[in-house]
Design a protein around this ligand. Structure first.
Ligand code: ADP
Length: 405
């Protein structure tokens, strides 16, 4: 059974085609700069054949047409025609308080996703365009499923998701913590339970998804009880370009001093802060790590802050869960930077965390292999696990359409 996973952004459309018989990716690609004259598609089949084309794609529908071409007619085609695709799964960033789990797409579901556009203006609007483009190309007979970044976090109790502002704003505008990267936190927490040979319900896990955007989640009895991202993905630890949690006065102070409007300030907090803003070097963890190794003080400071903040979250979540059995590192940084894993774990010695530093260093980039870096004596299991959000979406899709056909 072939399932297409689609991740539509405001100017991009990423996709992966899975054969769910063996959960292998048959082909994947990305349409970029949708809406610009120089938009292009890059497509790669699992056997290495590639198809690249620069062609105007004014809308997501035009992009999806090129995806259909890439999959069926290009030099890197992998299927005869689109009838072979039995279902489509879409990644949706914001499911608000409406979507507590993945579901089949109906007109009402599309309307509900649209109703959440004020909470995620760029993302949800693009997702709806992506869904509509698929319906236009494939018709209503091919079932479509939506999988939300937020739904794994919907089990959080009010004490974790209510902010310290008047309750009316929660009631009136839905201002609360939603959390993101839910599919990743779900995948790696399931995987750690599998690797530990235990039921997820018996574990207290902290999952650290560290990429361009980063978030940390506390998972107790198989349920997320808290997470670091908030109303938007801006909250939590410092990220490549996002500020993470701040004294709210910092926002109004800078806004006033620099004469910025609210949208300009939001853009500033999302694009110019975090590791980039502190280091002045880059938002990319590789560049900043290299600069720090060459003695760049602010690069080192930005990394010190990052590690310190991650450790504070883990310590805080251990208290929130009354214990800690496992810590997972994932995402581009968690999967590729042994230094981050080592330095965060150094803070956690008081919890009985002990890692095998040499093994961790020797397995710097885990490249699809999940590794346990804690020692047998460690009171807490520590893993680096390769996340796979697309596979979670494909699995949910298969489940919702009634299993493999
Ligand atoms: P996204 O959040 O966009 O999905 P990723 O999970 O791919 O991002 O993570 C991107 C981050 O991972 C970047 O900061 C990048 O520098 C970092 N990264 C990737 N490879 C390495 C590496 N070898 N060493 C350190 N950091 C890395």
């Amino acid at each position: 059974m072939k399932v297409l996973v689609v991740n539509a952004g405001s100017s991009s459309m990423k996709y992966q085609l899975f054969d769910m018989q063996n959960e292998q990716v048959i082909a994947k690609g990305n349409c970029e700069r949708i809406g610009s004259p120089d938009s292009f598609i890059g497509h790669k089949a699992a056997d290495g054949r590639e198809f690249k084309e620069t062609i105007p794609m004014p809308t997501h529908s035009d992009a999806f047409e090129r995806i259909v071409f890439a999959l069926t007619k290009s030099d890197a085609a992998v299927i005869e025609n689109m009838n072979e695709i039995k279902a489509v799964g879409h990644r949706i960033v914001q499911g608000g308080a409406i979507f507590k789990e993945s579901c089949l797409v109906t007109e009402k579901v599309i309307e509900d996703i649209e109703s959440l556009i004020p909470l995620a203006p760029l993302h949800n609007a693009a997702h709806v365009q992506g869904i509509r483009a698929c319906i236009k190309a494939l018709g209503h007979d091919v079932p479509q499923v939506v999988v939300f970044d937020t739904s794994f976090h919907s089990t959080m109790p009010p004490k974790a998701y209510i902010f310290g502002v008047p309750y009316e704003y929660y009631e009136k505008y839905g201002v609360r913590r939603y959390g993101f990267h839910g599919t990743s936190h779900r995948y790696v927490s399931d995987r750690v339970a599998e690797l530990e040979g235990k039921d997820k319900k018996d574990l207290k896990i902290v999952t650290c998804h560290l990429g361009n955007g980063s978030s940390i989640a506390a998972i107790c009895d198989g349920k997320c009880i808290d997470t670091s991202m908030g109303l938007t993905p801006l909250d939590g630890i410092i990220m490549g370009t996002r500020s993470g949690t701040l004294d709210p006065s910092v926002v109004t102070f800078i806004q006033e001093k620099e004469g910025l409007s609210a949208p300009e300030m939001a853009q500033y907090l999302n694009k110019k802060c975090g590791v980039l803003g502190i280091s002045g070097v880059s938002n990319d963890n590789r560049d900043v790590t290299e600069a720090a190794q060459q003695g760049h003080e602010r690069a080192q400071l930005s990394l010190d802050i990052l590690h310190y903040q991650i450790a504070k979250y883990i310590g805080g979540y251990a208290a929130a869960m009354h214990g800690l059995d496992a810590v997972v590192f994932t995402g581009g940084i968690g999967e590729n930077n042994y230094i981050t894993r080592e330095l965060v774990c150094e803070y956690l010695d008081f919890l009985g965390v002990e890692i095998d530093k040499e093994y961790n260093m020797a397995h710097n980039k885990i490249k699809g292999h999940d590794i346990k870096i804690s020692t047998p004596a460690s009171k807490v299991a520590v893993y680096a696990i390769s996340t796979n959000e697309e596979l979670v979406i494909a699995r949910d899709t298969v489940k919702l359409v009634g299993g493999i056909k």
